[in-house]
Design a protein around this ligand. Structure first.
Ligand code: 5GP
Length: 228
């Protein structure tokens, strides 16, 4: 069995996951800017660099061959395929940050957290949720970065992530950016549980899933996008 990582520094590691469109990047970037001892782990990805993204800051952009070499050499803490691209966290990146005594945020998807969790005992996992599925759909539409087909795929992926999100320790409902930020800060900086931890968060996941199955607007969207 692979040895667990960082046994002595485990409590400074936080996984933050959220379906796309939930505001995760904004929240994490803000906490990194305001707290010098918090750093977001820079992942490896095979995805193409977007305009404005800096190699080594937002991601380490690599080709598939290099990514697979890192996996085969046992250098990755976790990795996953997300929307057709590979993403992963290297062990050395997490060590680089924790060795400085800094807290590290892993911005990973649900599959990634499932792989990383057994290797990081004591790490805490935070799941950011939209206030409603309709609100999430509206945000994806407003963002305007995706074609309608991709938007629907992301929306369905969000539903599946929420279904798997029950394994998380803390939940933050992003209905108001300021309030959501203060909750994230309370958990990471002050070690407080936040408003929607544990069972209440799981109930919120169940409510969102029910909305996905039953909302007339979402059923209409499904009919349009899947041409049933
Ligand atoms: P984007 O392409 O929009 O930057 O990220 C797409 C998805 O990949 C997001 O859900 C993000 O959380 C996930 N992701 C980014 N880095 C990692 C990583 O290192 N590991 C895993 N498992 N997922 C990641």
């Amino acid at each position: 069995m692979e040895p667990t990582l960082l046994p002595s520094q485990r409590s400074g590691v936080y996984a933050v996951s959220a379906p796309s469109g939930t505001g995760k990047t904004t929240l994490n970037s803000r906490i990194e800017q305001r707290h010098r001892d918090v750093e977001i782990s820079v992942s490896l990805t095979t995805r193409k660099q977007r305009p404005g993204e800096i190699d080594g800051k937002h991601y380490h952009f690599v080709d598939r061959k290099e990514f697979e070499k890192n996996v085969n050499e046992g250098k990755m803490l976790e990795w996953a395929e997300v929307f057709g691209n590979l993403y992963g966290t290297s062990k050395s990146e997490v060590e680089r940050i924790t060795e400085k005594g800094h807290k590290v945020i892993l911005e990973i998807d649900v599959q990634g957290w499932m792989t990383a969790k057994p290797k990081l005992p004591g790490a805490l996992a935070i799941f950011i949720l939209p206030p409603s599925m309709i609100d999430l759909w509206n945000r994806l539409e407003k963002r305007g970065t995706d074609s309608p087909e991709v938007r629907w795929q992301r929306f369905k992926a969000a539903r599946n992530e929420i279904a798997a999100g029950r394994i998380y320790d803390f939940f933050i409902i992003n209905d108001d950016l300021e309030r959501a930020y203060h909750e994230l800060e309370a958990i990471i900086i002050k070690g407080e549980p936040g408003l929607t931890s544990g069972e209440a968060g799981r109930e919120c996941c169940d409510r969102l899933l029910k909305e996905f199955e039953q909302s007339h607007k979402i059923l209409d969207l499904k009919t349009i996008h899947e041409k049933i």
